[in-house]
Design a protein around this ligand. Sequence first.
Ligand code: FHN
Length: 446
Amino acid sequence: MKKSYLFLCLLLSVTYIFAQQKDYTQETPEQKQKRMQWWTDDTFGMFIHWGLYAVPAGEYGGKTDGAEWIMQSHKIPTPEYESFAKRFNPTKFNAREWVRIAKNGGAKYIVITSKHHDGFCLWDSKVTKYDVMDATPFNRDILQELTDACKAEGMTLGFYHSIMDWHQPDAKSKDPNFAIQPNTQADWAKYRETYLKPQLKELITKYHPAILWFDGEWIPEWTEEQGKDLYNYLRALDPKLVINNRIGKGRKGMEGMNKYENAAGDFGTPEQEILKTGSNDYWESCMTINKNWGYNKNDNNWKSADTLIYNLIDIAAKGGNYLLNVGPTAEGLIPPQSVERLAEMGNWLKVNGEAIYATKNRDTYEQGDSVKFTQSKNGKTIYAILTKKPTGKSITLNSITTAKNAKASLLGSSSAVTTTPEGSGVKITLPENMPGKYAWVIKIES
Ligand code: FHN
C-alpha cells in the first residue's frame, strides 16, 4: 500500500513539473485546431462589460460621456471611486435571465469582465477585499452565479481580465501617460506574481472558464515575454483554455491582428472594426451595440439589427467570430435596446444559422456589395447570403461552379430554387416570394 502511494505521489509530482515546464506556444497547427474547433464553430459570442462604472452610468463632474473608463477619463479620486462599491447593489441581477438573453440572441458563448482596468473584481477573491463579496452590499459571487447559469443553460463562459489595474499600487505605471497617479515605487513583478497570477489561478480553478480574454496589455510594464510566460502558466492550469492575443504585446492596435509571428495568444482581436479581407487566422471582432462598452445612461446610439446582422455575416464570410457587447445597469439589467437587437439576431439565426455556425470561409468570400459566401466545413455546401433583398427573378453567382441541376434552396422557404450553369458561374432562379428580413440565404449543395 505504502509503495503504491509513494509511486502515485511521485507520478503526480512529475506530471505537475512537466505541465509547468511545457511550452504550449509550440503546439502544432493540428493540435491548435482541435482545441479551438468549438470556438471556431460557435462564431458568435456575447460580451458583457459590468462593474462599479455602472453606478455613475457615464455621468460625473457635469459631464455625461463616461463609461468603463470613467475613473481615469474623468479623473475620479480613488477613494471616491471606491465609494461606488457601497452603492453597487444590483438586486435585479438574474444570471439565468442574462444567459437566456444571450441564447435568444443566437450567441453560443459569453465573455464577462471578471476585472476591468479599475481593478474591481466580480467574484469572491481571496487575494483582495476589492471585490463584490467584501466591498458591496450585494454580497453575492456574480461569476459563480453566471457559471452556474451557463452550466444549466448549456452556454460556454469566458472571462475578460485586465492586465492593467488602476487600483493595485504595484500595478500603477511609472509612466504618467498610463496612470492618473503614477507610482515610481511600483513593483510590477510583485503585482504580476502575487496578485495577477493568483487571481487568474482562482478564476480557472474555481469557475473553469473556457476562454480568457485579456486586455490592458498596452501598459509599458507588460512585455511579450511576460505574456508568453503567463500563457504557459495558464495553459498548464487548464490545457483546453482558449486565450486571446492581448495576453502579450502582439496585437496591431485596434486592427487587432498579430504584428509578428508566434505572438502569445490564440486569436486576433479587431476592436470596433472588421478585417477588410478574409483571413484563415483565428480572429474575433469585438464591438459595442451602442457607443460604449460600460453602461452610459445617455448613450442612445444604438446600431440597428440590420447592421448587427450584416456585421455577423461579413465576419463569418471572412472566417472570424463576432463578440457583441452589452453593458448592464447598476441594477443588474441588460438595456432593453440591446435585448431587442439580440432577439432580432436570434430570430434570423434560427432560420439561417447553418450558414453562420460551424462553417468556414471561402477564398472568394463576397460578390459585389450584397452577396457574402460561407461554406460547410466539408466544402460540399455553399451558402450565398444575399444582404439586400433581390429585385429580379434570378441572380448569377460568378465564383460558383455546380453540377447540372445541383440542389439549391432558400433557407426558411419551401419554394423551388433552381440552378443553371452559366459561363464560369451559376444562375440561381429565385422564388417569387422571399420570406424573412435582413438577409436571405441560398443553400447550394454539390
Ligand atoms: O480599454 C478597453 C475598453 O474599456 C474595452 O474593454 C475594450 C473592449 O475590448 N478594450 C479596451 C480598449 O481597446
